[in-house]
Design a binder for this molecule. Structure first.
Ligand SMILES: O=C[C@H](O)COP(=O)(O)O
Length: 251
């Protein structure tokens, strides 16, 4: 049975002190609400990982937002997967559209990052999604399929089973324009069908596919009510503890 997951992505927001406060608030709300059946994850900047891991209890997981594509060595400024793992972090967000477009992250790089995450027992939250022109020209299914195939289909079924997918239509990220519940379901069902073709029904059924892109407390319920939408990857609304909780409790 696949998991329901709500993961926050703080992006480059909150200094360390602010991050400690926000993580504490989220952890308190999750514990107080006695959330069961939803995995809650917060994706923080690298420098927060150690402290945030000390603050959260066993009901909140922690994700990094990126990792290096090499194991170790002379790569000034990079953070390796083993460093991330040594902070107690469980997940790494990979292939976010901001990294693909601003930092030239290609599928080739993402293959290396995915492999390194798995070697270090870190769960990749692997992002895919089309830009507006690709949707308007009817290429969105092909684009998403090739992002998944190029970045992940080298994995064995067993390793693919350790990956979380996040469908984030780029035109919906931070824009206030959300994919409609029907658009989200249509793409998530297509993704699951793509997984069935490659890995079979069991692997596909067990894969959590999150939606991301202007997801808020006001629209989360409708989005999450879709059969193939297993939760969300939340940007802006994860920066306010009550808003984030409004999404966590939207199932
Ligand atoms: O990783 C999160 C997504 O980019 C969504 O961001 P957003 O909720 O601010 O639109």
């Amino acid at each position: 049975m696949r998991k329901k997951i709500v993961a926050g992505n703080w992006k480059m927001n909150n200094n360390l002190q602010e991050g400690i406060v926000l993580a504490g608030q989220i952890n308190d709300l999750v514990e107080k609400a006695g959330i069961n059946g939803v995995d809650v994850v917060i994706g923080t900047p690298f420098i927060h990982l150690t402290e945030v891991n000390k603050i959260v209890g066993d009901k909140v997981g922690v994700a990094a937002q990126n990792c290096a594509d090499e194991k170790s060595g002379a790569y000034t400024g990079e953070i390796s997967t083993s460093m991330v793992a040594s902070t107690g972090t469980q997940c790494v967000i990979l292939g976010h559209s901001e990294r693909r477009s601003y930092y030239g992250e290609t599928s080739e790089i993402l293959v290396k990052k995915t492999n390194l995450c798995l070697e270090n027992k870190l769960t990749p939250i692997f992002c895919i999604g089309e830009v507006l022109e690709e949707r308007e020209s009817g290429k969105h299914f092909d684009i998403v399929k090739s992002q998944i195939a190029d970045g992940l289909f080298h994995l064995s079924a067993e390793d693919f089973g350790k990956v979380i997918l996040a469908y984030e239509p780029v035109w919906a990220i931070g824009t206030g324009v959300t994919a409609s519940a029907d658009q989200a379901q249509e793409m998530h069902a297509f993704i699951r069908k793509t997984l069935v073709e490659k890995y079979g029904k069991d692997v596909a059924d067990n894969c959590s596919i999150l939606y991301g892109g202007s997801c808020k407390p006001s629209n989360a319920k409708e989005l999450f009510s879709n059969e193939d939408v297993d939760g969300g990857l939340i940007g802006g609304a994860s920066l306010v503890a009550e808003d984030f909780m409004g999404i966590v409790t939207a199932f």
